[in-house]
Design a protein around this ligand. Structure first.
Ligand code: ADP
Length: 674
């Protein structure tokens, strides 16, 4: 697992190009399928609507043809009765003709009525007044056999019989289809004759049916093979035809009535259903379109979000500042890679941790827990940040600068804390380097001063010593030669004494020069001395992971001292103690600075001590401890302790050391009370 993945608390949302392509193709496929289905649905719906309309038309046509057949039947029945009525009361031929003519005038479908006797000879006949006679002698003779046949059938059944229809030629190429009805006349059970009525099939269509026909309909009689015998109505010849036909069963003949209806293809909105379906389909398409647009926007937003997240993640990964978020219960909810790297733990090890985070140094855990409790209680941390110490997984202590701020959601409600951590190790190293070089500079300056003092002394002492030497040599010569007076020797001795006195004065003046800081002595409280050195001591303590403890009895009196020099002594001793504890085998490092009354009865002095728990001082080292320039450290000067002792002795005190229990060393010195 890459460190970035291991350390990031944020979910990974950036997809690989391959995944994006596959997803895009799948999405495109789904959309195409959806569009295809919608179009198929639309086409099916429109087709079904058309079919429905066609079936409606067809059934209406069936209804019409059934009605027409009913009309024809009832008209034929009525006519039959009327024809029978012509024979009522045994009329004379003239009366019959008159009545028959009246009847024909009212019934255009009939073209001729004949009264025949029982031998089928014509007794009387009338022709329709509406057209020229259909039959002439020849044509009637042609149809005679048909009539005979029909009347024989009528006689046999004892009721009316119809002939098959047949074509009668009127003029060249023109004629009509006719059908005969033969009605046997029976008087007192005796067949007395026949009434033969001839129907014109075109006129039947015209008179009995046509009134109910609608535009675009065509009615016809056909025979068995579909040949049209008579036709009425001029239908529009459009591309769609509906046909219905029904049989008219008559005794002796069966007519086929056929109704054709021409109808255009259903319009775009042929009926309410189609309109409704289309409207709904359009609404569906609109919804689909809106959905698609919404989806596109969503996808774009998703892409933008993914890009923003990727950008944020790249930013987080490149940060060198550690980031950590905690919720209101103190649980870690997020850490960035820099933080993981800083403390050496992976995000998985850190997320969800609340009490005793693994990067808290054990010796500071109590303090950190208190600090966390204060933070969770709602106290805002200082904006400028504070310093703290973390522990790397390998045990190394890391100084960090912590800046905390409340974490708020979009409603402004606090959901936790966000903390930024700056690793201060490098800064500390630079500080330490500059302090060490400062120390070295001071030491060099002190050395230079010592050198200056030495040259001053040698220069000043040279003259008196040379004078003493020459007086002594002169006196020795006089004594050897024996040629001297006591006055000469006295003078020489006096001169020697004068020069020795002068040398003493030189030394005193140098001593005075060293002691001229006497005027700087002042009365200070021990606490003030500690307060002055603590910042410097703490600075080094943090670097070496030392815990510094102060112990000062309450209301101690002031001491009289050159505070700068005494502070220097405290600093030196504290630094030596801390450096002695800077070893890997010492994990709990405590330096104790203490001041109390002198334990050995002397109530005019206070005793200061600096105790460490380092390895202690070996006997061979102890012998040379205060010797100037003795050091066991690679970068040491070996002047610290000797200088300390000088300063303390100048103040009339004592500097000493003793082993600490159970281990380490205690350096202690006394100072006079003010
Ligand atoms: P420097 O610190 O420059 O070495 P010092 O005169 O201050 O010079 O110390 C001399 C030596 O005394 C040190 O090098 C060290 O070996 C030893 N020493 C001083 N203080 C301690 C101490 N608290 N524990 C052990 N050794 C010490």
């Amino acid at each position: 697992m890459s460190p970035a993945t291991a350390c990031s608390g944020a979910p990974r949302v950036v997809k690989s190009p391959r995944v994006i392509t596959t997803t895009a193709w799948r999405r495109r496929g789904l959309w195409s399928a959806l569009v295809f289905l919608v179009i198929a649905l639309l086409i099916t719906l429109v087709w079904l609507a058309g079919r429905y309309e066609a079936s409606q038309l067809q059934s209406r046509l069936e209804r019409d043809v059934a009605e027409a057949v009913g009309d024809v039947r009832s008209a034929l029945t009525r006519n039959r009765q009327s024809l029978q009525a012509l024979q009522f009361n045994e009329p004379s031929p003239n009366d019959w003709i008159r009545d028959a003519q009246n009847f024909l005038r009212q019934h255009r479908e009939l073209v001729r009525i004949e009264w025949r006797d029982s031998a089928q000879k014509i007794t009387a006949l009338v022709e329709t007044p509406f057209s020229a006679p259909v039959f002439n002698r020849t044509t009637r003779t042609n149809s005679q056999s048909e009539i005979v046949h029909t009347c024989t059938a009528a006689k046999r059944v004892g009721g009316p019989a119809y002939s098959s229809s047949y074509f009668v030629m009127l003029a060249e190429g023109v004629g009509i289809e006719v059908m005969d009805l033969c009605l046997p006349l029976v008087t007192s059970g005796q067949l007395t004759g026949y009434v033969v009525a001839t129907y014109s099939l075109p006129s039947m269509l015209n008179e009995l049916i046509s009134r109910k026909l609608t535009r675009g309909q065509e009615v016809s009689f056909t025979d068995g093979d579909g040949t049209r015998l008579a036709i009425h109505g001029l239908a529009r010849r459009t591309n769609r035809i509906f046909t219905a036909q029904q049989l008219i069963e008559l005794s002796g003949n069966t007519l086929v009535l056929r109704l054709d209806s021409w109808h255009g293809a259903p319009d775009l909105f042929p009926n309410v259903l189609t309109a409704l379906v289309t409207a709904m389909s359009l609404a569906l398409i609109a919804v689909l379109f809106l959905l698609g647009r919404d989806m596109r926007r969503r996808l774009k937003a998703e892409r933008d979000l993914a890009e923003a997240l990727a950008f944020r993640k790249a930013m987080e990964d490149s940060l060198i500042t550690g980031l950590r978020a905690r919720d209101l219960n103190g649980r870690i909810t997020y850490v960035n890679p820099a933080f993981c790297e800083m403390v050496g733990f992976s995000a998985q090890e850190l997320l969800g941790q609340s009490v005793n985070a693994p990067y808290w140094p054990p010796e500071l855990a109590d303090e950190y827990q208190r600090r966390q409790a204060i933070r969770l209680a709602g106290t805002a941390p200082p904006r400028e940040g504070f310093e703290s110490v973390f522990m790397h997984k390998d045990g190394t202590r890391i100084p960090v600068l912590v800046i905390e701020a409340p974490l708020r959601d979009e409603q402004g409600v606090q959901t936790g804390w966000m903390s930024a951590f700056l690793d201060m190790r490098e800064q500390r190293r630079v500080e330490e380097l500059s302090r060490a070089s400062q120390d070295r500079l001071q030491a060099t300056a002190r050395l230079a001063m010592v050198g200056e003092m030495a040259s001053l002394l040698s220069h000043e002492l040279n003259q008196p010593l040379a004078a003493i030497s020459s007086y002594a040599t002169g006196s020795t010569n006089l004594l050897r030669e024996g040629n001297f007076t006591s006055a000469d020797l006295t003078l020489a001795m006096q001169r020697i004494a004068q020069q020795a006195e002068r040398a003493g004065k030189v030394i005193k003046s140098v001593h005075d020069f060293v002691r001229r800081r006497d005027q700087a002595r002042e009365a200070v409280t021990p606490q003030a001395l500690f307060d002055a050195v603590m910042p410097l001591v703490n600075l080094q303590a943090r670097k070496l992971w030392v815990q510094v403890q102060l112990r000062a009895a309450a209301s101690l009196p002031q001491v009289l001292c050159d505070r700068t020099m005494v502070e220097q002594v405290l600093l030196n001793l504290a630094r030596n103690g801390m450096q002695a504890m800077d070893r890997p085998d010492i994990s709990r490092r405590v330096l104790l600075l203490e001041v109390k009354r002198h334990p050995n009865v002397d109530e005019h002095q206070l005793m200061f001590s600096v105790s460490d728990i380092g390895p202690g001082i070996a006997p061979d080292v102890a012998q040379q401890l205060f010797t100037p320039f003795f050091t066991t450290k690679a970068e040491g000067m070996g002047l610290g302790l000797s200088l300390c002792r000088t300063v303390i002795e100048q103040h009339g005190g004592n500097l000493g050391f003793a082993p600490n229990t159970p281990q380490g060393t205690v350096f202690s010195f006394t100072l006079p009370l003010a």
